[in-house]
Design a protein around this ligand. Structure first.
Ligand SMILES: Nc1ncnc2c1ncn2[C@@H]1O[C@H](COP(=O)(O)OP(=O)(O)OP(=O)(O)O)[C@@H](O)[C@H]1O
Ligand SMILES: [Mg+2]
Length: 434
């Protein structure tokens, strides 16, 4: 175990998240265990994105098995490789396709969570635009031409894509705002790029463009964004979409199909290598993928493309297909995880460890008796309880660990997503009723 010190702010952030049952946003590497092969294959994806390829991966794992953690890990690696990342959880009001604003809602959330290595916690979209402008200005100075010339030249690259003309106009408007000190124009341009205009009239008045980011063009917009981040000097774009089970939960078959169609477009583009410098990561549970009534498998074209390698069974793996199954953490992984939690809690200084190895074993034995294998396969509550234990020991010097371990209360977690769904709304009937 390394004794590299951990900064107090990072330590507190990690512990606070884990104690709240959520995945830490930064510093995951301090607690990460297992999943080496999965991480490796995703790192190769990131290189492919930087080299101009496009990728789509479905990170599939049981409830509480570590999907979100894994997505954050890959996101952190992407930032290190100079990619821009966008991430969002799907929700009833955040989908890939919709007619009532929910897809624009998803886009706006992705835009808010735009990150770069210098702004890893989101809010980086305006910095990306600013960087595009300053780079163009530098080039213009070197060539002895008007910056507008360089900007127009570069933006021409976007116009071949769907919606590219207006996207380019909006960035040009940002530049005019920059050039003339018109802050309003700059902020309107950024608002447009963030998908925050809700009507075309408004957008036209503010920026002179006819379109806005809307429910039907979210994927096109993301493709434009991936092209644009390249023009701003980044290596590409990684889009992380978590909680995909929300699509499976849509009651209308038609709404599900419309969303799955968008996923098919993304997957086809990646399999055919058409759109470059962009990667998609989808996090979802097995039923989201495999349920033949409501999951991705209910959509024929997706099922055939996502069917897993039939040779990869009985412990054999294939991490080259679009579906990446997260194997469960093992007991050994969990032991290493406890040592890491102890290490982080002690700010990286072994002299400050609050419990000996023996206590880790006792803790695991206790949890195993209580909830069986669940304690390491779905470790959210066990992690929480272990940190609670350390916290009590820290605040009550002289307290022995032995009696506390015996008193730890853990229960097996239940997957709320498996609660019965509302009965299927029959689209045809709904239409007749109108
Ligand atoms: N590889 C790992 N190394 C260390 N800790 C991990 C790892 N994977 C998951 N964890 C921890 O396990 C807990 C559950 O992980 P996570 O929240 O990512 O699961 P999930 O699959 O996204 O769950 P849900 O189905 O509820 O969305 C979290 O506390 C997380 O920090
Ligand atoms: Mg999750």
């Amino acid at each position: 175990m390394s004794d590299t010190r951990i900064k107090p702010r990072e330590r507190d952030a990690i512990l606070q998240s884990l104690r709240a049952g959520v995945v830490p946003r930064t510093g995951q590497h301090h607690v990460q265990v297992g999943r080496m092969r999965e991480v490796e294959s995703l790192l190769r994806d990131l290189d492919r994105i930087a080299d101009g390829g496009s990728t789509a991966r479905f990170v599939i794992g049981d409830y509480g098995s570590g999907k979100t953690f894994f997505l954050h890990l890959v996101r952190a690696a992407a930032l290190k490789k100079r990619l821009v990342t966008m991430h969002a959880d799907l929700a009833p009001d955040r989908r890939l396709h919709a007619t009532g604003g929910q897809a624009r809602g998803l886009y706006a959330e992705l835009a808010r969570n735009t990150s770069t290595s210098t702004k890893p916690d989101g809010g980086a979209l305006s910095a990306v635009v600013e960087r595009f402008v300053t780079q163009a200005m530098t080039t213009a100075r070197e060539r002895g031409v008007d910056p507008e010339v360089v900007i127009r030249e570069r933006l021409a690259d976007l116009s071949e894509l769907v919606g590219g003309y207006d996207f380019a106009e909006v960035v040009a408007a940002y530049w005019r705002g920059h050039d003339t000190g018109n802050e309003q124009l700059k902020s309107d341009a950024v608002r447009w790029l963030r998908g925050e205009f809700s009507t075309r009239t408004e957008a036209r008045a503010a920026l002179g463009v006819r379109t806005i980011v809307d429910d039907a063009n979210v994927y096109d917009q993301l493709k434009l964004m991936s092209r644009f981040v390249r023009l701003a000097g980044f290596s590409g774009l990684l889009v992380c979409l978590d909680e995909m089970v929300n699509l499976y939960k849509l009651t209308s078959a038609r709404a599900r199909a419309a969303n799955y169609e968008q996923i098919l477009r993304i997957l086809n583009d990646s399999l055919q290598g058409v759109s470059g410098h962009v990667g998609f990561l989808f996090g979802g549970t097995p039923e989201f993928l495999m349920d033949t009534r409501r999951g991705l498998y209910s959509y024929e074209a997706l099922q055939s493309r996502l069917a897993e390698n039939s040779f990869a069974v009985n412990g054999l793996v294939d991490h080259s297909g679009p579906v990446l199954r997260l194997t469960n953490l093992t007991q050994e992984d969990f032991y290493v995880l406890l040592t890491k939690l102890r290490h982080v809690h002690a700010s990286g200084d072994p002299a400050n460890y609050l419990v000996p190895d023996e206590a880790l074993h006792a803790f695991m034995r206790h949890c195993s008796e209580r909830v069986g294998d669940a304690y390491f396969r779905t470790p959210r509550t066990t992690i929480k309880e272990f940190l609670n234990l350390l916290s009590v020991l820290e605040q009550n010097p002289g307290q022995q660990w032995e009696p506390l371990v015996g008193a730890v209360r853990v229960e097996a977690e239940h997957n709320p997503d498996l609660a019965p769904l509302e009965p299927e709304e029959d689209d045809e009937l709904a239409t007749f009723r109108l």
